[in-house]
Design a binder for this molecule. Structure first.
Ligand code: IVH
Length: 677
């Protein structure tokens, strides 16, 4: 005769499980809360009376268990992989091309697109249809057992529905915290004087790892399933495609994010991505992209994984957010090559446009004060294109939170001594920057050489920031000119250098000798001479010697070069230590002139000119170079073919000849005007 208590318990479990599924998974409640509570309490009472009636799939387990003392490790049957990113249609195209080289059939075989849920990945192991282990992703190979915690998540089935599942089944998906729950939680935390969570993902991951599952339950976590896996020997999954897999998961009682859709090919995927993107922000949970998956599961096997990290068959199409909010942990000061003290932010790492940002520039103290950016603030950070990340400003509305938490942000003050060498800082009254005046300041020297070698300057490959520091620390170099005397042996003695890398560095250094004057001028780090000004100066003067010997007035006449830059340039060349550096660079064999770029289609294409008299803004050589650059030529004698004569003061007899032939005569200003300068 069947035990009536056992039969009733089984009936209650069935009814309550069904109600749970209807409410949380199907979003179609079929029982009132009061009725649910009544039946739930009845089951709890029965289980208390007959503890042996409690089964591992009982809905009563969802309230949470006794706190664990530690989290136990769990080895995943197959590694939990992460996803490669694609930030554009081009990236998607390349992804398909790469795949087609491995499995040509992917082209046109169809893709399934799914919302990428921003939560914490979990792995659920079902044995004979009952949830046996729930684990976090951990490092992808080994995670932590959080079964009791996962039982509190209402849309994770404790027992699979339907049929067709293998004896052992791993279901993977994302545990997440709905936006509303996240915001409510943060309000509560702030009111209780606790720090709020930076994002729903952290709140979800933290919730999962609680030792006390009742605390997990309070987080209100939810679950979407998106993958399933059967270990060898446990039976095969009865699906041929990802779409079928999602349908199967639904039939087994899981919730699947509803926006998934199948497309026939890559153009279809791109169009669907464009339609899905604007929806993401409006979803009731955090979504950080769209996952594009090869639909046919047989192709997943054929494509395999990149290492043990990422499957080839799926890619996360991400939409670079221009601006992210994060915590400003501290404001530090870096001493640049010119001695300028550059304040910068250290940030709680945040992803902006697919790149993790942990530092950002703050420009100068005035700007920090003007924007009222304080240490400890929540700040908006942007990273547009190639530009260095910048702090846009504080999120003032969140200051109350910080104050309530007992961590009010504090204002920043510029140090009065150089943080690198201790010299007293100079703050010129007409400038926003403060400077370390010590030309031998180790930070200035380091930054100066790093700049010299950098991409836009001498472009010495393999000579990065840390390498420069290493060479300085080892005493192998003291300034940029020392680079050209580097020898293999002492390099090989350094950490991280081998014969090969030492030889490569020496070759790269030697190759930089051929850089044109414009690069060298920029590389020297003359105050206010950026790559643009360097280019103008090099084109106009042609040689280092011509520029070195030019007066500030002459330099200032170069269009685009004002008196301030000109004064700085002249001052640079007056300084004996700079002249010495230049002599050593020249002796090392560096190129000291600018090649003439004859631009096809220049304004003087195919025309000949004659110069006479003394020019003032330009030397003859410079005028010649400029004319040549514009496609023209300069000759010594006037003929009918001469396009124009450029006459300075005290012209010679050539002027009369030109006039006699009816050839136009220009002054220097006219020449420059025609050259567009
Ligand atoms: S498929 C084998 N589909 O994104 C790789 N992942 O950045 C399985 N994620 O660890 C990933 N939504 O936790 C897949 N619809 C979705 C997803 C999704 C969120 C997470 C997943 C993964 C991470 C990779």
């Amino acid at each position: 005769m069947p035990d009536p208590a056992a039969a009733r318990a089984a009936e209650l479990r069935r009814v309550l499980t069904r109600a749970m599924h209807a409410y949380y998974v199907l979003d179609a409640p079929e029982m009132s809360d009061a009725e649910y509570d009544r039946l739930f309490r009845e089951l709890q009472a029965l289980e208390r009376e007959h503890p042996d009636l409690t089964t591992p799939d009982s809905p009563t387990l969802r309230v949470g268990a006794e706190p664990a003392t530690a989290l136990v490790k769990h080895a995943h049957l197959a590694p939990m992989l992460s996803l490669a990113n694609a930030f554009s249609d081009d990236d998607l195209r390349e992804w398909q091309e790469r795949n087609a080289r491995v499995a040509p059939d992917v082209v046109g075989a169809g893709y399934n697109l799914e919302v990428k849920i921003d939560g914490a990945a979990v792995n659920l192991t079902y044995r004979d249809g009952v949830l046996a282990v729930g684990a976090t992703r951990g490092n992808g190979v080994v995670g932590e057992v959080v079964t009791a915690n996962l039982r509190t998540v209402p849309d994770i089935p404790l027992r699979l529905q339907g049929n067709g599942w293998p004896a052992v089944l791993e279901v993977r998906g994302e545990c997440y915290m709905p936006r509303a729950a996240f915001e409510a939680l943060n309000r509560k935390r702030v009111a209780a004087g606790e720090p709020p969570f930076a994002n729903p993902r952290n709140a979800a991951a933290g919730g999962l790892r609680q030792l006390d599952s009742r605390l997990t339950r309070e987080r209100g976590l939810r679950f979407f399933a998106f993958a399933a896996f059967a270990p060898p020997g446990a039976g095969r999954l009865p699906f041929g495609t990802q779409v079928e897999l999602l349908q199967g998961l639904t039939a087994w009682g899981f919730r699947v994010e509803p926006h998934h859709r199948r497309v026939a090919d890559l153009p279809g995927a791109m169009a669907a991505v464009a339609e899905l993107e604007p929806l993401l922000d409006g979803l009731p949970f955090g979504a950080d992209g769209v996952v594009v998956k090869v639909d046919r599961l047989a192709l997943h096997e054929e494509l395999g994984n990149v290492g043990d990290r990422e499957p080839r068959w799926a890619v996360a199409r991400k939409f670079a957010p221009e601006v992210a909010v994060t915590k400003l942990l501290d404001i530090k000061v870096n001493v640049g090559r010119t001695g300028a003290l550059n304040p910068y932010a250290t940030l709680e790492p945040v992803e902006i446009g697919g790149v993790t940002v942990s530092t950002a520039t703050l420009h100068n103290a005035d700007l920090i004060a003007a924007k009222d950016i304080r240490i400890g603030d929540w700040v908006e950070v942007t990273r547009a294109g190639e530009v260095i990340p910048q702090v846009l400003g504080p999120v003032r509305e969140r200051r109350a939170e910080l104050e309530a938490a007992g961590t009010p942000p504090r204002p920043f003050t510029m140090p009065t001594r150089c943080p690198a060498c201790g010299s007293e800082v100079e703050a010129p009254p007409d400038e926003v920057m403060s400077y370390c005046p010590n030309v031998s300041c180790p930070s200035r020297v380091h930054e100066g050489i790093f700049h010299f070698a950098s991409r836009g300057a001498m472009d010495i490959r393999g000579l990065g920031y840390e390498r420069v520091r290493q060479l300085l620390d080892a005493g192998l170099i003291h300034d940029a000119a020392d680079l050209y005397g580097l020898q293999t042996l002492p390099l090989v003695a350094l950490d991280g250098f081998g014969e090969k890398s030492a030889a490569q560095l020496i070759t790269a250094v030697a190759a930089s000798k051929a850089q044109p004057l414009s690069r060298l001028l920029f590389a020297l780090g003359i105050r206010r001479v950026g790559d643009g000004a360097a280019e103008l100066l090099a084109r106009r003067f042609g040689t280092m010697a011509a520029l070195r010997d030019a007066s500030p007035e002459v330099i200032a006449e170069v269009r685009g070069i004002g008196p301030t830059i000109a004064a700085g340039v002249a001052a640079f060349f007056r300084e004996e230590r700079n002249r010495d550096l230049l002599r050593r660079l020249e002796a090392a064999g560096l190129r000291m002139d600018e090649p003439v770029k004859v631009t096809a289609g220049g304004v003087f294409d195919g025309q000949t000119f004659v110069l006479t008299g003394t020019l003032t803004a330009l030397s003859r050589a410079e005028a010649t170079r400029l004319i040549e650059q514009a496609g023209g030529a300069v000759t010594g004698s006037v003929s009918k073919k001469t396009a124009a004569m450029v006459a300075g003061s005290e012209p010679g007899s050539k002027l009369e000849k030109a006039k006699a032939l009816g050839i136009p005569v220009w002054d220097e200003a006219e020449l420059l005007r025609r050259l567009g300068r």
